[in-house]
Design a protein around this ligand. Structure first.
Ligand code: ADP
Ligand code: ZN
Length: 683
């Protein structure tokens, strides 16, 4: 009950900081009617003023904590109105996420509903950004496969409450017309008066897809991603929260959009790593979307040409449903794949990274015939691993089945999984050759070198460092589509869903960089990336070709790509490996990271906490294991040293309990600990 009469009220709020505790303020009587759970307030905080989230109802002053005195309380300065109140279901989702990811609620809310969404940044901006009601495009005639997938998915959606199965995988090869399936399901959901959320991995894809969706639905569709201008974010959030707009498309954080009566969530390219947020609030948007849908009684469609092993496993167990699209819409064949064995081919002169003459020749021919080329440079390739130039062998950890990374300063090979280390060997363990070379660096120099080798090349470049705004990204893609350049050079971003009919050649500069990530998912992700990259070729009338440069033509992922190994065999092997090691989806992981500007201090903290955890664990037989401590894969970032402990368990609960204990221990010592539940890139 809200207090009445002349007695003052107090209010506990979550501030947008990584702080566990709630902060208490006095509520002036005139503001009290505006205070509601889910609303925002402005409060003095330290020497500044901040917005904060109301997560509990106000209480009468006499219920104040014994530790606080009424005279010390500062006043709430301002309170938001009903229009900016976070709806209950979103707030509850945030509370759930705060517990599961062990991240303070204020931090979660700050990420889910940032100040810009509430119109609390650049408050001066008065211009309204209305969401246009588009002209409706005629629906395409669906292919037989599309029609069948739509019929299945829609039936499953309608009976989800009865069957208890509310997640389906739409497994469709690249170019099979998945978007059309999403669109039809969205159309039917909206026709029932329900809301739809569509997540895509890359903000570059949102404007493109937004148009297609809005016209296809004949409905206003709100765009949501972190690169939108503040005023746009405010108006889109408000329009959705008011129920004026029922469909939202966006990147990861759109998961928290205040959509009313949510009926459908689509996660496009569900395997994509950008769904995992890697700072502050480390959540996985795919996993959380399943939680949100479950609570809302909504249906989830996970779409991909290369679903992740976790999702496949849930399909195999019968927990998720499965619809498939096996053919490309245009009837076009999947591109042919040619392997360029860097160990045998003749290289061109004058480049840091190896490029075969054959590759240069293929690029030239494609450009000469008026078609377009995509060149995939792997930026993550800076991870140096030791490759034998004679036989292609790469040093691996004896305990962890991950590649060892080269630490030049210490002259060691190290495992970032378990801490195993050894001196850099003088000779290859496989062929005894002496030509061991740290590999992975230098691919970026291609941007300068390639056009020198191929004067007729007119290249655009796409990567996260260069392209910081969605508008610039859209511009590069539009320019390429319009034929203003004949070559698109890019990193990971290049692989995502782009549809360029004139591209007939795709070049992968160094596939090995993908295989050798110190990560137990490296093999799976290499195949995903290669399949997606290959899928960019030949989407129009002409057939496509993919050239993959590698030192390791027999790598299982390459064999699959070449059609020499059934994908099922590859996946079965990956699955078996993970099952044996208790990795996801057969076990749970969590990572604790200790950071300090001194390497020894970071190490000391990690060792202290690991020791205490082991002590607490003594005698328990819950299957919880500790790996490490070891230095993080990137041991020093911005002058901060990082040490990790990895926790592994078949069950969730022992892991959560141990993380909780580790956080308490660390906080007692006054240390920060960075928690990552279900971390990616482990190794
Ligand atoms: P995916 O997401 O499965 O890779 P898209 O949804 O991008 O594939 O579709 C590939 C191409 O096929 C797009 O250009 C799309 O407009 C076109 N397309 C999809 N469905 C149909 C259809 N039923 N008839 C004609 N063209 C279609
Ligand atoms: Zn190891």
């Amino acid at each position: 009950m809200s207090p009445t009469g002349t007695t003052d009220s107090i209010l506990s709020v979550a501030v947008p900081r990584p702080l566990e505790k709630l902060f208490t303020y006095r509520v002036p009587a005139e503001l009290l009617p505006k205070i509601a759970v889910g609303g925002w307030v402005r409060v003095p905080f330290g020497r500044t003023v901040t917005h904060a989230y109301v997560v509990e109802p106000p209480k009468p002053m006499n219920e104040i904590d014994p530790g606080l005195s009424p005279s010390q309380l500062k006043d709430v300065l301002e309170a938001g109105d009903e229009l900016t109140r976070i709806p209950d279901d979103v707030l509850e989702l945030c509370r759930w996420a705060s517990r599961y990811y062990q991240t303070p609620l204020g931090e979660v809310l700050h990420c889910a509903v940032p100040a810009a969404a509430l119109g609390l940044r650049n408050k001066g901006e008065a211009r309204e950004h209305s969401i246009e009601v588009p002209g409706r495009a005629e629906p395409l005639d669906h292919t037989r496969e599309q029609a069948a997938a739509i019929a299945d998915l829609d039936a499953w959606r309608l009976e989800a409450k009865a069957t208890g199965k509310h997640v389906a995988l739409l497994h469709g090869v690249t170019g099979s017309g998945k978007t059309e399936v999403y669109l039809e399901l969205a159309r039917r959901t909206v026709a029932e008066g329900k809301g739809v959320l569509i997540l895509v991995p890359e903000i570059a894809l949102t404007p493109q897809l937004h148009d297609r969706l809005a016209r296809g639905l004949g409905e206003p569709v709100a765009l949501w991603h972190s690169a939108l201008a503040d005023g746009v974010r405010r108006d889109h959030w408000a329009a959705v929260n008011a129920g004026k707009v029922r469909v939202v498309i966006g990147a990861r954080s759109a998961l928290f959009a205040p959509i009313r009566e949510l009926g459908l969530i689509v996660i496009d390219e569900e395997h994509d790593q950008t769904y995992k947020q890697e700072d502050r609030f480390r959540y996985h948007a795919r996993d959380l979307s399943v939680v949100r849908a479950h609570r809302a009684g909504a249906f989830v469609v996970l779409g991909s040409a290369t679903p992740c092993l976790e999702t496949r496993e849930r399909v195999a167990e019968g927990r998720y449903l499965l619809a498939s699209l096996k053919e490309r819409v245009a009837g076009g064949a999947l591109p042919t794949v040619e392997i360029v064995n860097l160990g045998e081919e003749v290289w061109v002169e004058g480049t840091q990274a190896p490029i075969a003459e054959r590759t240069v020749q293929a690029i030239r021919e494609t450009i000469a015939s008026g078609q377009q080329v995509m060149v995939f440079l792997n930026r993550r390739g800076f991870a140096a691993f030791l490759v034998c130039e004679d036989c292609g062998h790469v040093e691996e950890c004896p305990h962890c089945s991950v590649s060892l990374t080269v630490h030049k300063r210490k002259r060691q090979l190290r495992c970032h999984q378990c801490g195993h280390h050894a001196p850099i060997p003088a000779a290859c363990a496989q062929c005894a050759g002496a030509k061991l070379k740290p590999t992975g660096a230098g691919t970026e120099s291609l941007e300068e070198e390639l056009p020198k080798l191929i004067p007729e090349m007119k290249a655009l470049r796409l990567d996260r460092d260069r392209i910081t705004s969605a508008a610039r990204l859209g511009q590069v893609l539009d320019d390429f589509r319009a034929g203003k350049a004949n070559t698109l050079l890019g990193t990971q971003m290049l692989v995502k869903g782009h549809d360029f009919p004139e591209v007939t050649l795709v070049v992968v500069m160094l596939a090995d960089a993908l295989f050798r990530m110190p990560d137990f998912r490296a093999g799976e992700q290499a195949l995903q990336v290669l399949t997606q990259v290959a899928g960019r070729a030949g989407r129009g009338a002409r057939a496509g070709k993919v050239l993959v440069q590698t030192y390791d033509p027999d790598h299982p992922a390459i064999q699959v790509l070449r059609g020499e190994m059934p994908e099922a065999d590859f996946l079965a092997a990956e699955r078996e490996l993970r099952q044996g090691l208790g990795y996801p989806p057969f076990g749970k992981l969590a990572r604790l990271r200790f950071e300090s500007d001194s390497a020894s201090e970071a190490q000391r903290r990690a060792e202290f906490v690991a020791e205490q955890l082991l002590r607490l664990q003594a005698g328990k037989e819950d299957g919880l294991e500790f790996l490490g401590p070891s230095e993080a894969f990137l041991e020093k970032v911005k002058n901060t040293y990082r040490w990790d402990i990895l926790l592994r368990s078949r069950q969730v609960q022992p892991l959560q309990t141990a993380v909780h204990a580790a956080r308490r221990l660390s906080h007692q010592q006054g240390w920060e600990v960075v928690v990552d539940i279900d971390p990616m890139g482990v190794g």
